[in-house]
Design a binder for this molecule. Structure first.
Ligand code: ADP
Ligand code: MG
Length: 364
């Protein structure tokens, strides 16, 4: 089931009648989510991710714009009628019910023509439990489960009605690091197995990058960029997106373009043919540095961290906009540096230029 968002906007009115501090939580979101894909909705806290998800679910009504499931306009449809499964950060299981009762609950609540015979309900409950691999826990109470198991129950409960759309709002935030990793792979497997169109909200770029077919990066209610994770990483549309994706984060410098050359602190570091002379902000991915004694970018060496496969070199530079510069050098290359200075040449496709004022990308 594809989901179409058409100029979707949500404005929360000011709480105080006298002031005009209304919040544009989601601003003109326009996107067609392809059928059967997992979309990662990504951005810092407060950027409008949950509000977008709640509008898709029907829990919140858009101020303007429309939502389609397939060809059906569902903008005015209630949550119950939309055929969605919802999972939140806090699992919100009923503590006095067993796992089985929790999973059965949405089915028992069906009324009218949707009402199901008991056998059919049990069959679907066990099918959902099997998908998330908790069949052997069906008779336990939520308090007898680990966080990861509870979140699986919550996912089973969202799947039991065989939804057309699965909506997950930061579902892994309450899990410890190892479980988070395991559960996100689990979610990916379930999504692939069922083929349910899924929107996965997270503020964690690594999480979104690792499991999404496509990511949508948001900032202050406005979509910044949509694309396959690797493409967005490799070609960010603006400085915000460049900085939001990647660990270690991108290194940012003040630079200047003069006669087709990029200068950082007066040194020519790269050819950037076709770019007009102007001051620029320069982003360099950690893997974009090449150790090179003759290299033009001279940094003050702080520290070398060995990480097994890679070596991470920490340095500083007068024109760096971050307190430190971190490069990642493959340990296959002999990393042998001492002294106070480290010199680099740059991989052109790992260097991005941005307009100093608008922070939009300048392509070269
Ligand atoms: P996210 O999920 O990305 O952290 P939200 O969608 O929850 O962000 O919130 C987006 C913006 O809308 C924030 O500025 C938030 O304070 C505001 N907001 C969210 N819900 C309400 C509400 N019910 N009333 C007023 N403002 C709200
Ligand atoms: Mg949220």
């Amino acid at each position: 089931m594809k989901i179409v968002l058409k100029n979707l906007t949500k404005i929360f009115p000011s709480r105080n009648k006298k002031s005009n501090d209304e919040v544009i939580a989601v601003n003109n979101f326009d996107f067609e989510i392809p059928d059967g894909k997992l979309i990662g909705l990504l951005g810092p806290s407060g950027c409008g991710k949950s509000t977008t998800l709640y509008m898709i679910s029907g829990l919140q009504k858009p101020t303007s714009g429309q939502i389609f499931f397939g060809e059906d306009d569902v903008t005015e449809l209630s949550t119950e009628k939309r055929g969605i499964g919802l999972v939140f950060q806090n699992y919100a299981l009923y503590p006095h019910m067993t796992v089985k009762q929790n999973i059965l609950f949405p089915l028992q609540n069906l009324r009218g023509e949707d009402k199901m015979p008991k056998e059919k309900m049990l069959e679907q409950a066990y099918h959902a439990a099997k998908l998330v691999q908790i069949e052997e826990l069906m008779d336990r109470k939520p308090s007898e489960l680990s966080g990861g198991q509870q979140q699986r129950v919550a996912i089973a409960r969202a799947l039991v009605k065989m939804p057309r759309v699965l909506l997950l709002d930061e579902p892994l935030s309450n899990l410890d690091a190892r479980l988070r990793l395991q559960t996100r792979e689990e979610i990916r497997r379930i999504q692939k197995e069922t083929g349910i169109t899924t929107v996965f909200v997270t503020h964690d770029q690594e999480e979104a990058m690792s499991i999404s077919d496509m990511i949508v990066v948001m900032k202050l209610g406005v979509v910044q960029q949509i694309g396959e994770p690797q493409n967005v990483y490799d070609s960010p549309a603006n400085l915000f997106v460049a900085k939001f994706l990647g660990t270690p984060p991108i290194n940012v410098f003040e630079g200047e373009v003069k006669e087709g050359k990029l200068l950082i602190g007066g040194a020519v570091v790269l050819d950037v043919n076709g770019v007009e002379d102007q001051p620029v902000t320069v982003g360099i991915r950690p893997e974009g540095f090449i150790l090179d004694e003759q290299g033009p970018l001279h940094c003050r060496l702080s520290n070398v961290e060995v990480m097994g496969r890679d070596v991470s070199i920490v340095s500083t530079h007068e024109h760096s906009l971050n307190p430190i510069i971190r490069s990642i050098i493959n340990a296959d290359h002999k990393v042998n540096i001492g002294g106070e200075e480290v010199c680099y040449s740059l991989k052109s496709h790992k260097v991005f230029l941005f307009n100093r004022d608008t922070e939009e990308r300048i392509y070269f």
